[in-house]
Design a protein. Structure first.
Length: 344
């Protein structure tokens, strides 16, 4: 089984890219073969929720303002600590170069939620993925988990899905520093772990057997920066915490109401390549995404593509990573710093 290899590619420098590839290959020789993490238990999923509960309903998509102060999680650091990232696993991952050019891609769906809102759960997206056996990764904010306890545990338990960390209240981590930055990451790890423990304690999970709970990761294994905004400090903290920083190579633009389902599908189909990471939203702000999914799935299937989780994609070959975080080109997301940093 291939091991995860990451290489660094500095923008505007082909020499640096070649050097980074070689560095990644050297790291590959030093890393012992590791098992791809397993995700989820169908036994637990089907034992703990009825088909009707898993289907959801239109009310799940509702978005509303939330003026209540956001409390920290009951435990502010996770009990489960990941091994620090090896040198070749650091920096901001934009896509992967699968060994042999294998046609695989990762669909990712952000479940963002800031302190001033309660966002939704797009049941239509999740239902389509389940109905068509499509693997995907959901990056959830810690506050989103708190406000959607049953939904997050359903996603955790589903063997099709991986749940990643998307910061506590979706703060700009290029603006937040020190303890505030660390809390955004660690609180979310801890909250996920608390829900893992809650699910483990339920009779339905106990009946499925302890070995089934072990198939569900105890903490998220990947991280995504809110707004695609990072700092060197934040990247270094993630590296020490064992969390790869996963960005994207294809932007659908689905949070905009002006972006149609046709444009969303077109952006994916036009720009797809082996190892692409696609960013969408499933928190009620993914306008048009549920209608775009059938087109995306059919067209990529015709092209011979398979869908994998982010951790599986990282295991498939060397990743393209940069020292900067951005949407499509360096500096294009600094507008968020002005918005969220003005009161700092």
């Amino acid at each position: 089984m291939a091991t995860i290899i990451l290489y660094f590619a500095l923008a505007h420098s082909s020499f640096a890219q070649v050097h980074a590839i070689e560095q990644g290959r050297q790291v590959h020789d030093q890393i012992c073969t590791e098992k791809i993490p397993s995700f989820g238990s169908r036994k637990i999923l089907e034992s703990c929720w009825s088909s009707e509960e898993l289907l959801g309903n239109a009310a799940d998509k509702k978005i509303r303002r939330d003026s209540k102060p956001v409390p920290p999680p009951a435990r502010m650091e996770p009990k489960t600590n990941l091994e620090p990232l090896k040198p070749g696993l650091q920096n901001s991952i934009r896509d992967v170069r699968p060994d042999g050019g294998k046609k695989i891609t990762a669909l990712t769906f952000d479940l963002c939620e800031r302190g001033s809102e309660i966002t939704g759960y797009d049941y239509e997206i999740v239902n389509y993925l389940r109905a068509n056996n499509i693997k995907a990764t959901f990056f959830a904010s810690g506050k989103w988990m708190l406000d959607h306890p049953e939904k997050i545990m359903q996603l955790m338990a589903d063997p099709l899905f991986e749940v990643g960390n998307h910061a506590w209240t979706h703060d700009d981590l290029r603006v937040e520093k020190g303890i505030k930055m660390a809390d955004q990451i660690l609180w979310t790890q801890a909250q996920y772990e608390l829900f893992w423990e809650e699910l483990q304690a339920r009779p339905c999970a106990k009946q499925a057997g302890a070995q089934e709970m072990e198939k569900i990761p105890k903490v998220p294994l990947v991280f995504r920066f809110p707004y695609g905004a990072c700092s060197r400090e934040a990247l270094d903290f993630l590296a020490s915490s064992g969390l790869p920083a996963v960005q994207w190579s294809i932007v659908t633009g689905d949070p905009s109401k002006t972006v149609t389902a046709e444009r969303i599908a077109g952006a994916v189909i036009k720009n797809i390549k082996p190892g692409s990471i696609v960013i969408c939203h499933a928190n009620g702000f993914g306008y048009g995404t549920s209608r775009a999914l059938p087109v995306i799935f059919q067209k990529l299937k015709e092209k011979g593509y398979e869908f994998v989780t982010v951790s599986e994609l990282l295991e498939s070959g060397p990743a393209f990573a940069t020292r900067d975080c951005y949407e499509l080109k360096p500096g294009d997301n600094h507008r968020y710093d002005k918005i969220f940093g003005k009161n700092k």
